[in-house]
Design a protein around this ligand. Structure first.
Ligand code: FNR
Length: 398
């Protein structure tokens, strides 16, 4: 079956974005508003936005060594192109949890998007929906999940849970997420507390303290039931209540039953980096794991996420759907990660930079660049579909 993304048109492939760009240049003298090399977005973002959002989005834990390790771990793998393999017909589509997607890609949960653009999560969700790429709504979104769901229309969407300490709030979040059409649940385990983040600390600046990124909590009946006064009358108390329940560091593997009890769709655990943790996820009846270190935002000095991927895949790849994020910046990165056994990729910071720099159009541009380059990388290295990529498509550079 040929690829049929919802945009730029049913007959086109993702790589047709290159033709579109050249045609706009030829006919109108236009050039893309944002770079097509997505590794250039961070610098542009850092120059154009205020220091607060720049530190929050681009920053990492400690000396940012894990964010660097994410890039190094991906760079260590090199693609070995193969020739004369008939790559005329290409199909990037992938099935995840019984749903056929136009590519093995979803947008990662990223909270607090209003700090980079007033259109925030709904703009990102609309861009994703138009391309058929699932959007993951964060618990810490700056827009209530129902509004994000409305922006996504009938498109596939997933919900990410920061598992609140308060059981009633957790249940309410899961019910609201399900009622607003989120199909898969991603439970983030790596944020039992916020990491040491010098770029936020040095500015004494954290969006949550200003009630940004708390929209799902402040609109939640179970959360509000715990407040003495309405949020608008005592916002400081509301923020304190949020901080007190945001996460529960005492949780263990024994607690996972709660999730299955309250969610009837697929459940993935995000933040898995050790094969034994992946095995425990499988033993606990989870459907998948996201190999991720939160983009290096939690633990400095940690293993690059792509270095953790092969071990997790060999431990549970036959039992669980393994997804990946942390450091993916190009179609080539995406090809490497799929070759290492991930069934899909969550795109993080690059789409947020796109949102910051050009709203919904920026997210659209970033996703289309990524998938166009992914398709070309796949084809030019001798593969027709993501499933054709295997560890044999790569070599170690060191
Ligand atoms: C995140 N991430 C994140 N993860 C999550 O589970 N819930 C969340 O609310 C957020 N919020 C968030 C905000 C910002 C500004 C960033 C940059 C990241 C982590 C995200 O889902 C993903 O794991 C990383 O973004 C992957 O790393 P890269 O590829 O963006 O470097």
């Amino acid at each position: 079956m040929p690829l049929t993304p919802k945009s730029p048109g049913p007959e086109a492939s993702w790589s047709a974005y290159a033709n579109e760009i050249y045609a706009a240049g030829l006919l109108r003298g236009d050039v893309p508003r944002l770079p097509t090399d997505l590794t250039r977005l961070e610098e542009l973002f850092s120059r154009r936005l205020p220091a607060g959002p720049v530190g929050y989005v681009a920053g990492g834990a400690g000396d940012a060594s894990t964010a660097r390790a994410n890039r190094e771990a991906l760079d260590r793998w090199r693609i070995v192109p193969r020739m004369l393999r008939d790559v005329a017909e290409r199909d990037l589509s992938a099935e995840l949890f019984g749903v056929r997607l136009p590519a093995p890609l979803a947008l990662a949960p990223v909270g607090v998007q209003s700090v980079v653009h007033p259109d925030a999560e709904p703009a990102s969700a609309r861009a994703a929906a138009a391309l058929g790429v699932p959007f993951t709504t964060s618990s810490a979104s700056s827009t209530p999940m129902e509004e994000i769901a409305k922006a996504a229309g009938d498109a596939e969407r997933w919900f990410q849970l920061y598992w609140p300490k308060d059981r009633e709030v957790a249940v309410s979040f899961l019910q609201r997420a399900r009622a607003s059409g989120h199909s898969a649940l991603i439970v983030t385990l790596d944020t039992a507390m916020l990491g040491w983040r010098p770029r936020d600390l040095d500015q004494a600046c954290l969006p949550f303290l200003h009630g940004v990124g708390t929209a799902n909590y402040f609109t939640d009946p179970a959360f509000r039931a715990g407040l003495a006064k309405p949020v608008a009358e005592d916002p400081v108390a509301a923020v304190q209540h949020f901080l007190g329940m945001f996460a529960d560091p005492s949780r263990t593997w024994d607690d996972l039953g709660f999730l299955r009890e309250h969610w009837d769709g697929p459940i993935l655990l995000k933040g898995i980096q050790h094969p034994d943790d992946a095995r425990r996820a499988a033993d606990a009846g989870m459907d998948g794991v996201v190999v991720s270190n939160h983009g290096g935002r939690q633990v400095a000095g940690a293993i690059g996420a792509a270095a953790a991927l092969p071990g997790v895949v060999s431990a549970v790849g036959d039992r669980l759907t393994v997804l990946f994020d942390s450091g993916v910046r190009s179609g080539a990165d995406m090809a490497k990660v799929i070759a290492l056994g991930a069934r899909g990729v969550l795109l993080g910071r690059p789409y947020v930079y796109g949102l910051a720099l050009d709203g919904q159009a920026g997210v659209d541009h970033v996703v289309r660049c990524l998938l166009a380059e992914f398709e070309l990388t796949l084809a030019l290295s001798g593969h027709r579909a993501p499933a054709d990529l295997t560890p044999d498509s790569l070599v170690r550079a060191d």
